[in-house]
Every structure is written in C-alpha cells, then in structure tokens.
Unconditional design. Sequence first.
Length: 271
Amino acid sequence: MIELRSVSMTYRTRKKGSVTALADLNLTVEAGEFVALVRPSGCGKSTILKLVSGLLAPTSGEVQIDGRAVRGPRREMGFVFQTPVLLPWRTVRDNVLLPIEMLGLPVKAHAARADELLAKVGLGDFKKAQPWELSGGMQQRVGICRALVHDPDVLLMDEPFAALDAMTREALGIELLRIWEERRKMVLFVTHSIPEAVLLADRVVVMSPRPGRIAGVVPIDLPRPRHIEQEYDEGFKSAALTIRHLIEHGGPTLTPTPMAAGSGEARDGRR
C-alpha cells in the first residue's frame, strides 16, 4: 500500500523564486489497484510519481510504502515515461534488459522474461531490431516491457500514450489492461484524457490547479475486462461527466451518481 500523508512539494526556480506544486496532499493506493490521476498540466501529477518512486523527497509530509517511509529509489518500482527514451545503439531486447543491468541482476537469467514480454505486446519478431526501425507505438510498447522486466510491484506511468495517435493510444491502453489483468500490479497512471482514465482505472483522482490537492475521487465500477465499446455505456458517460465537473468546478459534484458515490471516500486520504 502507498500512502502520501500531508505531502507538500515546493520547487526552487531562478526566475520565480519558489513554486509550490503540491500542498497538504493525502492519498492512499492499495495493492493491485489501478489509479489514474487527471488534470491539465501544472497541478503536480508527475511530481506525485517522482515522490512515490523516491526520485524526489517531499518538502513536508511523508510518502510510505507498506508503512515504511520512502527515502530514495526502490527496486519495486517500474517507470514508463511520456516518451519511450530508448537507447538508439541498443537492440530492442537490450533496451528492455537495461533495468536488469542497472539493478545488478543476472542478465542471462532475465533474457527469457524480456522475450516473453516482447511477445505479449506483439514484438517477438523485433527483439533484435534497433529502436529507429519501430513506430512510435511500438517503441512505447518496448518502454512498457522495460518497466515490467524486473517484475516490480508498482508501475508508475507518466502520460505514456500522450504522443500517440488516437487509434494507437486506444490499442495500447487495452494492451496495458490485458497485461495488468494477468498480474494485478499497483498502477499509478497520469493522463490528461478523461475517457482514457475511465477506461483504465479502478479510481480516478481529480487534481486541483496548482498547488495540487485532491479535488475529488471517482470510483469506476465498469466490469472487467474492459473494452473500447464501453465508452458508449451510460455508466462510462456518467463517470466522465462527474470527472469533468470536478475539473471545471472543483469540490463535490452537483448530484452524486452511482459511479461516484460511496467507495472512494475512505481511500482519498480525507477521513
């Protein structure tokens, strides 16, 4: 379980002095849960991922995993960035195995795992290819495999599909869900897209404008496994409308819907 307790984060800048990205934020994410963070740019969503991963330390408050404070980068984290950031001189398989080398784990023992992941995302025939030989969507699949190769408990995803066209984005979202269904890892997923958040997540956390706080939490009660056609369901539309209202107006929704009522209150940190 991940807990952010009264977390604030202030950045020091040369031109603006200090900028507060997060203020007194409380959030709990449970094992196996898929949580999406939604809001336009500048509200601290990516900062949350960096704090959970241990890449940053909060200015105040504390981040805990299973009751232990996060003091630095941890092995149980897998990170997928907005762009795949593949090393051009390494093959696809060698890019996937990069975390294994960095963690000092035996590369040969994990090569079969890398090949298995590449096969699952439809890239089994491209493991010896160079990154420049792949499309943007294929490169992002390699990035997902790289994040999963050391079998992390937590997957942190910072707008991983933002640069892709709509159809590729939808396809990779469904592919991600298929992989997630197999192992049910904890996922924190940052996105600007309301439909994407509703399609993927168990809960959608809506952030306020900077300094980032939680404007509301919307549980998503759509059946799994998910599919694109669910976007036309009334439950999907109701959840999307609730999220949009929170983004535009903040605070509680005008009328709680079946999608938004109940189960999120105990886990958004505002007990």
